[in-house]
Design a protein around this ligand. Structure first.
Ligand code: AHR
Length: 413
């Protein structure tokens, strides 16, 4: 039998693990919000239309923060549609998923829901079809006390006190050609800088997350961060990065070793942040926000259209079409466990991570309309890190047999 040895010493500390490493992402996509978290006709629904059985499962994860409301949809989203009397809110074409956004659940409703389950909102602004002006108006609405147009509009809408949202995403996946009003890194960096300046003038206490790469496979990966940070390093606090690990692209061993590649990505992005810090003679240190991540189990989509990421043409323009509803296996849960360990090992630089998504859409919690709610295999590693992965991360010294797989070969450093 082969032996492995691990030495752990309480003095070899990496950093305190931020609670927000165990955050989630909720998007107005598929059945995450509508017919997922929110189903007013369900027997367990509360007075606000949110399902009680789902709420209990959400609560069990002790979620510190929820990134909201998107996602790709946010790049075409008008936040004004989501406030004020529900019956006056417009139904809109949600172009990123050829569906209909009814705006029944909006800023105020979701803020209250998050608060009820003990989570803070991390709110994403639209830097796709919109820009600095809307972001300014939005933060005036959410964070300014009173005495101005948008803060008084909030009060007229029944919220006397500001929401006080602290953490904001400056857009979503603007490096991707699939994004509405996709930008080059320099274009995005300039918009992010100016939006950040304006938002901080409204509320200096906020923290800001700039869009980093949406995957390592993108041709712009790395260069995006170099150019973008060159434009806005001093104005932001975190660089976001997104990653979805697919079981279908590799053999089992390589899939399970996905954390090797996550480790490399974190090291690269941290180095770019620090290189920019040096180049700019800055005193400021940036951190990373892994604000969309998950494992994907995308198989057999021909027989399961609900596993597709876009509605079929015949299903277009529906409210809450079932999308990317993956069924997870034990292997996916194991892979997720390795990825979570990797995040903990980088607790000194990765301060926020949001599992995408919370309910029905590539999610640990699933629901049936009018029926039951249940958890998938990936719920368990998420629950266990939330219970036990708190405190200070230690740096282990490991001696063990090593093996290669098709995607990664061992190279002693
Ligand atoms: O989580 C699903 C989608 O994946 C999000 O809308 C987008 O940001 C990412 O590409």
């Amino acid at each position: 039998m082969q032996k492995a040895q691990m030495i752990i010493d309480a003095d070899y500390q990496i950093a305190r693990v931020e609670d927000r490493l165990y955050s989630f992402f909720v998007e107005h996509m598929g059945r995450c919000v509508y017919n997922g978290l929110y189903e007013p006709t369900h027997p367990s629904a509360d007075a606000n239309g949110f399902r009680g059985d789902v709420k209990e499962l959400v609560r069990s994860l002790h979620i510190p923060a929820i990134r909201y409301p998107g996602g790709n949809m946010v790049s075409g989203f008008d936040w004004e549609d989501s406030v004020g009397p529900v019956e006056r809110r417009p139904r809109r074409l949600e172009l990123s998923r050829t569906s209909i956004e009814p705006n029944t659940v909006g800023l105020s409703e979701f803020y209250d829901y998050a608060e009820e389950v003990g989570a803070k909102l991390i709110y994403a602004v639209n830097l796709g079809t919109r820009g600095p002006e809307e972001a300014r108006n939005l933060i005036e609405y959410t964070n300014h006390r009173s005495g101005s147009y948008y803060s008084d509009l909030r009060r007229a809408n029944g919220r006397e006190q500001p929401f006080g949202i602290k953490t904001w995403c400056l857009g979503n996946e603007m490096d991707g050609s699939w994004q509405m009003c996709h930008k080059t890194a320099r274009e995005y960096g300039a918009v992010a800088r100016e939006t950040a300046k304006i938002m901080r003038w409204v509320d200096p206490k906020i923290e800001l997350i700039a869009v980093g790469s949406s995957g390592m496979e993108l041709p712009t990966y790395g260069q995006w961060e170099l150019d973008m940070l060159d434009e806005c390093y001093e104005q932001i606090d975190y660089v976001a990065f997104h990653r979805y690990f697919r079981n279908t692209e590799t053999d089992s061993a390589s899939y399970l070793a996905s954390s090797v590649s996550l480790d490399e990505m974190i090291r690269t992005l941290t180095s770019i942040c620090d290189a920019t810090k040096g180049k700019k003679h800055s005193k400021k240190q940036l951190h990373l926000s892994f604000d969309e991540w998950n494992v994907l189990h995308r198989t057999d989509v021909e027989r399961h259209p609900e596993r597709l990421s876009m509605p079929r043409p015949e299903d277009a323009w529906a409210v809450a079409p079932a999308l990317i509803e993956h069924t997870y296996t034990f292997e996916d849960a194991l892979c997720m466990g390795f990825l979570l360990n990797t995040l903990i090992r980088h607790a000194d630089r990765v301060k926020i991570a949001c599992l995408a998504q919370l309910v029905n859409v590539i999610a640990p919690i699933m629901t049936r309309v009018g029926g039951s709610a249940w958890v998938q295999s990936i719920y368990w590693p998420l629950l266990r890190v939330s219970e036990y992965g708190r405190g200070v991360a230690l740096l282990p010294q490991l001696k063990s047999p090593v093996g290669d797989c098709s995607a990664y070969a061992y190279s002693p450093s």
